[in-house]
Write a protein that binds this ligand. Structure first.
Ligand SMILES: [Zn+2]
Length: 170
């Protein structure tokens, strides 16, 4: 998984040190796209099996919160093995489609800030620390990879949201 053809994202570990600010900028964009469409129905799925814009926003918030905990675990543990976050189960367990848009957008901004803070506090040597990442299958990765992967999550889901609320954006 070095390149995502869907959103044209290339994994470059050199981008890790800028991941915090890049993610904050990406989340600002997600929030502004959804605010512009706040009068539309953002809860209902356009197609069965494809999350609604609100569900994507909830997912992104949870990704950032989970990744923050993982960064902290990597700092204090030798090669931690992470369990999957339960992305599909959370949709129902947290009731993504029933959440309040304003709450979710505020939480999304906070989650990006919380994640960026733990990245900003890393020592230079921390980026090479190992972990076992669960997705798509358990694989040993560095913290730098995980930071870049999180940038990809934001970019990819910004696209998922845009395709639904701004179909012309392609
Ligand atoms: Zn992608």
């Amino acid at each position: 998984m070095d390149h995502c053809g869907e959103c044209d994202f290339t994994y470059d570990p050199a981008d890790a040190s800028a991941a915090g600010p890049t993610i904050r900028d990406g989340v600002v964009e997600v929030v502004s796209v959804l605010r512009r469409r706040a009068g539309d129905d953002l809860r209902t799925r356009r197609r069965p099996g494809v999350w609604s814009p609100l569900e994507y926003a909830c997912h992104l918030r949870d990704v950032l919160l989970v990744q923050r905990e993982r960064v902290l675990a990597v700092r204090r543990t030798e090669r931690p093995v992470f369990a999957p976050m339960g992305r599909d189960e959370r949709v129902d367990h947290e009731g993504y489609a029933e959440q309040d848009l304003d709450d979710v957008l505020r939480q999304l901004g906070d989650a990006a800030g919380l994640f960026g803070n733990v990245l900003a506090r890393l020592d230079p040597g921390d980026w090479d620390r190992d972990l076992v990442y669960p997705y798509p299958g358990p694989t040993t990765r560095t913290l730098a990879w995980m930071a870049v992967h999180t940038v990809h999550e934001v970019r990819h889901h910004l696209r998922d949201i845009r395709l639904q609320v701004e179909p012309a954006a392609g």
